[in-house]
Design a protein around this ligand. Structure first.
Ligand code: GLN
Length: 629
């Protein structure tokens, strides 16, 4: 096995393989979508990584949209945002979390992107007068794209990956997927054969607990796969029993089921031997340790997630995961209570309303996540008021921070009917608590690309802040996706009244900021944030900085505005809002600090933690346990 691994170029470490093409693992799905292709793809990646390989991932979504930016969360679940501002399928979030990589927008292929490229080339005359066809032009564009993107370094080492997992969305046989199979034809040539491994994830159904799972749907999906010229080197079957008990397992079927390998018939003849890569002792210590930590806690921490897309769990996929990561590290068993914010509004069904409040009151902490449009906003504002008045730990993300600011303006600063321009366009400008960012306005850029997106820097204006201590550094980089922000004209007013704007941000993406290329305002921000406090001390110094930074306008080019990024309420155990989405960079091993703060506060451990008396299990591990890459 080892020799076949070496022969085929599956050599971990060293630089010699940099000359070799990146190996591809194509993961396809059979029978129905949702059988676990994403989990299998991520897991293969984790195992390969643990064996020393540099791994990347590509997700193919064969729909015609250019990207996920315009999707409704009701239909597709969350839109995931990358460092470069790419708005992509949420599977890329799983890859980033499992493989600890930073992917780019090109790691999400859509038919929209491919078609657009091919049509643009045709318009440019690049095809030299030929008829442009699905094969070879579209299929060729796909092959080229995959090979180019597979070689982009993603793990911070600057080295190109050795293996790239390519997950093809949808199910084998979908009309949208057809041309993608042709893109892999090149790997049937003897010269390329060892560059592709084909993994098929399919389903065994056991409708009646007869002790015998039905293999017919699986046989059919394999037949279709073979018809596309892709024989699986590895077959993974999900098993859905009578109660739709879903075990995802390797090619060994549940007891009583026939061995699907018989139908696959290809495992022995595989050009690469995946088991060689997977069977050597993998360095899985961090993961096994983590899974033990997941099982230890007994005390429950209940968090109310109050939003408008709560009917679809996937709509808040990264938020749910970030809460879970934080709970593991706060040693608590997490229970998320999903509450529809519309149920909290006037005119809601009284029974639903009573139940929603009862649920909220039973929770230890509250989170209002991101969102768009005016539906459910008043309910979110109410829950902010409840959290403020009752000193319940609160985390507001993006829209959740904007709602908290509106609530404070209305009920603490006495600005009646204060609102966001997103929800009330005809309002008196002095009541606009949340306004357009001119540099990103939809009016000038169109809906598809009108947001402030991607990874940007936020600088803390004070050391006296819980968030600052949770992050453990003076400047942080997080990912954004928003069109509006809290009005800099009102920020000094809110801050003086006790809603402190403790962090402000720069407008350019972090990938653009090299010290010498900083725009005037980001350089000014960093300077001002770190400046001596001109005779002011403590909170007065912070307020003076806020005043100066909020006075700055921007011209959107060399002088971009300073952005309002973080709030922290005075005299409250934990009331925090962030304009960015910290959930996108949360990782099972390194939970996102604002989420960790929420879980600590909700379980009465925050003060001890901030005073260094309450190390997380992972802190202890880092101190005493084996050190791992
Ligand atoms: N709708 C708000 C904005 O565009 C909030 C966006 C969000 O929560 N992601 O600014």
């Amino acid at each position: 096995m080892v020799s076949s691994k070496v022969q085929n170029g599956w050599v971990a470490g060293g630089d010699a393989e940099d000359e070799q093409p990146v190996k591809l693992i194509l993961v396809t799905g059979g029978v129905i979508s949702g059988v676990g292709k994403g989990i299998i793809s991520s897991s293969l990646g984790v195992l390969l990584k643990a064996n020393g390989y540099r791994v990347s991932a590509i997700k193919i979504d064969p729909y015609l949209n250019i990207d996920a930016g315009t999707f409704s969360p009701f239909e597709h679940g969350e839109v995931f945002v990358l460092d470069d501002g790419g708005e992509v399928d949420l599977d890329l979030g799983n890859y980033e979390r499992f493989l600890k990589v930073s992917l780019s927008r090109d790691n999400n292929i859509t038919s929209g992107k491919i078609w657009q490229q091919v049509i643009q080339r045709e318009r440019n005359g690049d095809y030299g007068g030929k008829t442009v066809q699905m094969i070879p032009h579209v299929s060729g564009a796909i092959t080229e794209w995959i090979q180019r993107v597979a070689a982009i370094p993603v793990d911070g080492s600057g080295k190109r990956p050795q293996v790239c997992i390519v997950e093809l969305g949808g199910t084998i046989g979908d009309i949208e997927g057809m041309v993608y199979y042709r893109a892999f034809d090149i790997f049937k040539r003897p010269t390329h054969r060892d560059q592709l491994m084909s993994v098929h994830v399919s389903l065994l159904l056991d409708p009646k607990s007869t002790g015998e799972a039905k293999t017919k749907p699986l046989q059919n999906s394999l037949k279709q796969l073979r018809a596309e010229g892709l024989n699986p080197d590895l077959l993974v079957t999900g098993y859905w029993g009578p109660r739709r008990l879903q075990h995802l397992q390797g090619s060994s079927p549940p007891p009583g089921a026939e061995r699907p390998r018989g139908y696959c018939g290809q495992a022995e003849a595989a050009p690469m031997d995946p088991s060689a890569a997977l069977h050597s002792t993998p360095n899985m210590f961090q993961w096994t340790q983590l899974s033990e930590l997941c099982d230890t806690p007994t005390a429950v921490c209940k968090i109310a997630l109050v939003g408008k897309y709560v009917r679809i769990e996937d709509a808040y996929a990264s938020v749910n995961k970030a809460l879970k990561h934080a709970a593991i590290h706060a040693n608590r068993k997490l229970r998320i209570e999903f509450v529809s914010s519309e149920d909290l509004e006037d005119g809601a069904d009284p029974k639903a309303q009573a139940k929603a409040w009862e649920t909220i009151k039973s929770c230890n902490g509250i989170l209002v996540p991101g969102g768009f449009g005016d539906r459910g906003i008043e309910g979110m504002i109410r829950v902010c008021q409840y959290a403020r008045e009752n000193k319940v730990p609160y985390l507001g993300i993006c829209l959740g921070m904007q709602c908290a600011s509106i609530e404070y303006a209305r009920n603490v600063c006495g600005i009646e009917d204060a609102n966001s321009i997103e929800f009330d366009k005809n309002l008196d400008p002095v009541k606009h608590i949340v306004i357009d960012m001119p540099e990103h306005s939809a009016a000038t850029h169109g809906l598809g690309a009108s947001m402030r997106l991607g990874r940007r820097m936020t600088v803390f204006l004070t050391d006296e802040s819980k968030l600052r201590r949770l992050y453990g550094k003076g400047a942080v980089e997080e990912r954004h996706r928003h069109r509006y922000e809290v009005n800099p004209k009102i920020v000094p007013v809110l801050s003086r009244a006790g809603l402190l704007f403790i962090g402000m941000g720069v407008d350019e993406t972090t990938t653009m900021i090299e010290a010498d290329r900083r725009t005037e305002s980001s350089a000014a921000l960093v300077k001002m944030a770190n400046s001596a406090d001109n005779g002011f001390a403590g909170e007065e110094a912070l307020l003076a900085k806020i005043d100066r930074l909020c006075e700055r306008g921007g011209d959107g080019v060399t002088k971009t505005a300073v952005r309002m990024e973080m709030i922290e309420m005075k005299d409250h155990p934990y009331f925090v809002g962030v304009q960015y989405h910290p959930e996108y960079l949360s990782h099972p091993h390194t939970p996102s600090p604002p989420f960790l703060g929420l879980l600590f506060a909700a379980s009465g451990q925050l003060e001890a933690h901030l005073h260094g008396k309450n190390p997380t299990p992972m802190d202890l591990l880092a101190e005493h346990g084996p050190h791992l890459a």
